[in-house]
Write a protein that binds this ligand. Structure first.
Ligand SMILES: Cc1cc2nc3c(=O)[nH]c(=O)nc-3n(C[C@H](O)[C@H](O)[C@H](O)COP(=O)(O)OP(=O)(O)OC[C@H]3O[C@@H](n4cnc5c(N)ncnc54)[C@H](O)[C@@H]3O)c2cc1C
Length: 451
């Protein structure tokens, strides 16, 4: 039987699913509304240099992403971001990687003995759970999802420490069990030396989806408007708007939705029937962090590495600044700097009584921010040749306490029909690895539904 599978969305989740299915001989077609493949992994060109306007780095613990890079031959282009991850806050610059268990966190020296003991206790606690924290397998951490790290924070942690880690972006690199202390979880991961290996790709991270899109058929500039399941004859009608502006209806035997929940809710006909009422509630309750990126091309590089800025709460949230591009970094040559700042949370469906956007805002990537960066890298402003600003309203999914459990439930609940599979970072863990892992899972679900 020659089944046709349509994959909606050519982000990393959709491309991974399509890549795997195509490799198994399945007849697939990817539909993408934009004129490029990659979604939130997007490299722009500025002054002839690659500028990552979306995702910035691949972590050492991204096992499935690294496998994909090997399969596509792109592992040869891995460009290590060599310098340590630094955190800048409270007027000082701290190097995270140089901290040991004895001095686990940047402001450790400023703590009282009682607080130091509390922090060490916490570090040991996190260590004992480390084997359950697997960024390639969100479900493995489900137990931790219920543990209130937030309680620990309230009881033991000094406000200075909590403030230093008020960091929605790195927090969402894994998941947020509860409260502020959860923000230490990703940092304990990043902190251990072997996990400090952070990479970019020569030519920008966008070369990963671009390479994958050459190996699977992708129809760009093709927006899906509606998907209607016919449960009687097990087919799906997919209404699309084509690049020439015309509408057409495609027929498929299976559909992989590799689009974020807000898009999914807009195109899925009768979602209650397709995902059930619990599934619908799950999708509607999704929240994302908005992120702004300021890309700068500078006349002379300042330093290699990726730095995390932590501002006072209420100022800008986290801003991370990445300098240089591994191998393409040359002393004295033009270079790029990207400043990433996280804003408020954007709900997919606003709670009753509130306005849709009441919780969301684009963070400001403005002069204030550049001035802050100048405090640590004097002369930055004079070196700027060109600046580009990007805003992502739905940048990174939020993982509040209990969310991992809900995800696992959504994934494991049998659906009325096997016509659909779902993937995206909101189902696999925020970030590239989460998108890739969820794409592989969706491909497996499609295979098991047809065999
Ligand atoms: C500024 C920024 C910085 C980040 N930094 C990092 C980082 O350093 N490391 C990291 O691991 N992750 C990072 N991330 C997160 C990472 O980019 C995402 O987790 C990942 O790319 C999500 O992939 P996805 O396939 O799930 O979704 P997406 O990339 O959003 O893909 C969805 C695709 O579906 C398409 N689509 C939507 N609706 C339709 C429709 N109706 N019809 C057809 N197509 C449709 C979209 O155009 C898009 O191409 C960052 C994200 C942002 C925005």
């Amino acid at each position: 039987m020659n089944l046709r599978v349509l994959v909606i969305g050519a982000g990393l989740a959709g491309l991974t699913a399509a890549y795997k299915l195509a490799g198994l001989g399945v007849n697939i077609l990817v539909l993408e509304k934009e004129n490029y493949a990659g979604g939130r992994v997007k490299s722009d060109s500025c002054q002839g240099l690659a500028l990552d306007s979306g995702a910035q780095f691949i972590g050492g613990m991204y096992h499935r992403t690294h496998s994909l890079l090997r399969e596509t031959g792109l592992n040869r282009c891995l460009a290590p971001i060599k310098a340590a991850v630094d955190v800048i806050g409270d007027g000082s610059r701290y190097s995270l990687c140089r901290h040991t268990l004895a001095r686990p966190y940047p402001c450790f020296d400023t703590l009282t003995w009682r607080k130091k003991l509390a922090v060490l206790k916490l570090a040991l606690f996190l260590r004992s759970h480390r084997n359950k924290i697997d960024i390639s397998n969100l479900a493995a951490g489900v137990e931790l999802d219920d543990i209130s790290f937030g309680k620990w924070a309230e009881d033991f942690l000094c406000p200075e420490l909590v403030r230093q880690y008020l960091n929605p972006v790195t927090a969402s690199l894994f998941f947020q069990p509860a409260g502020d202390i959860s923000r230490l979880v990703p940092l304990t991961l990043i902190r251990s030396p072997h996990r400090c290996k952070i990479h970019s790709l020569d030519g920008g991270l966008g070369s990963l989806p671009e390479t994958m899109a050459k190996k699977v058929p992708v129809l760009k500039n093709t927006r899906v408007l509606r998907t209607t399941a016919n449960f009687t004859n097990n087919t799906v009608s997919v209404e699309v708007s084509l690049p020439n502006g015309k509408k057409e209806t495609l027929s498929a035997n299976r559909v992989v939705f590799a689009i974020p929940p807000q898009e999914l809710l807009a195109v899925l006909d009768d979602p209650q029937k397709s995902v059930g009422s619990n599934g619908l509630n799950f999708l509607r309750s999704s929240r994302f962090v908005s992120v702004s990126v300021t890309g700068l091309v500078i006349a002379a590089p300042i330093s290699k590495g990726l730095y995390g800025y932590v501002f006072q709460p209420g100022e800008h949230g986290l801003t991370s600044v990445s300098f240089g591009r591994g191998r393409s970094y040359k002393s004295g040559s033009a270079n790029t700097v990207t400043i990433i700042s996280s804003g408020g949370e954007t709900p997919v469906i606003a709670p009753p009584g509130s306005e849709q956007d009441s919780h969301s805002q684009y963070p400001e990537t403005d002069t204030d921010l550049l001035l802050s960066a100048e405090r640590f890298f004097p002369g930055l402003a004079q070196k700027i040749i060109e600046r580009k600003d990007y805003n992502w309203k739905y940048a990174i999914p939020c993982f509040p306490p209990g969310r991992v459990r809900e995800i696992v439930k959504f994934q494991e609940t049998p659906r009325p029909s096997k016509l659909f599979a779902f993937c995206g970072d909101y189902l696999g863990g925020p970030g590239i690895e989460g998108a890739v892992v969820s794409g592989l899972t969706a491909a497996d679900q499609i295979i098991s539904s047809i065999s």
